[in-house]
Write a protein that binds this ligand. Structure first.
Ligand code: CA
Length: 226
């Protein structure tokens, strides 16, 4: 899952990036409104954390422009204490939720999980494909009852696949959602990480079905073998 943080206070922006990366999200940061808008319109994000008061273009204007351009990425708007009328403005502009500064990081995590958690086939915090389960609140992945230990990037990749079951995802889509804008991603990086996942969730279970399918020339999908 990839998140864009648009926040002109460097200290807040950098601590958000650090905290979110520890939670396995890929994070891009923009420090002013124009840069934020440019990122939001040109990259695919799963969520945008948008400060209200920003140099060059404010949060409400960015939101309005994005919605006008048919970009419907969920937006969590950050407001300073007491900006109630701005909240109303932001709501009209198409933000999905609000958080008043200062906030607890845990609260932010809960809000963004709620915004990202949208697929209809999965309820609560557990994603499930056959006997593979992924719990987004404690990061536990299990095949049947057996725990599968994943690295942060492996987990992020698996979560992305599981949020799009039975859907072919191209390498480009996967890279766009799992790695930062400025990350060094080699052409075979996705293959390498798919290999790691297979080694951990398929190889140790030879009598169980294969979960990740390679669709030659297109990409990968997770789900049943036809
Ligand atoms: Ca600000």
């Amino acid at each position: 899952m990839k998140i864009l943080v648009v926040e002109d206070e460097h200290k807040i922006a950098n601590s958000l990036k650090k905290g979110l990366e520890q939670e396995s999200y890929a994070v891009d940061v923009a420090f002013d409104g124009q840069e934020g808008y440019d990122f939001a319109i040109s990259e695919e994000y799963d969520l945008i954390i948008l400060d209200l008061l920003l140099p060059k273009m404010d949060g409400v204007e960015i939101c309005l422009k994005l919605r006008k351009q048919q970009v419907h990425t969920p937006v969590l708007m950050l407001t300073a204490k007491g900006q109630i009328s701005d909240k109303v403005n932001g709501l009209d502009a198409g933000a999905d939720d609000y958080l008043t500064k200062p906030f607890a990081f845990k609260e932010l995590l809960a809000r963004l999980r709620a915004l990202i958690r949208r697929p209809k086939n999965n309820t609560g915090t557990t994603l499930k494909i056959e006997d593979l389960t992924l719990n987004t609140s404690n990061y536990e992945v299990r095949r049947g009852s057996k725990l599968v230990k994943l690295s942060s990037k492996e987990y992020a990749l698996l979560e992305y696949l599981m949020r799009h079951p039975e859907q072919v995802l191209t390498k480009k889509q996967i890279i766009d959602h799992i790695w930062n804008y400025d990350a060094d991603v080699l052409p075979n990086t996705v293959e390498v990480f798919i290999g790691y996942l297979r080694n951990k969730m398929e190889k140790p279970f030879p009598d169980k079905s294969t979960l990740i399918q390679t669709v030659r020339g297109f990409g990968y999908k997770i789900g049943r073998v036809e």
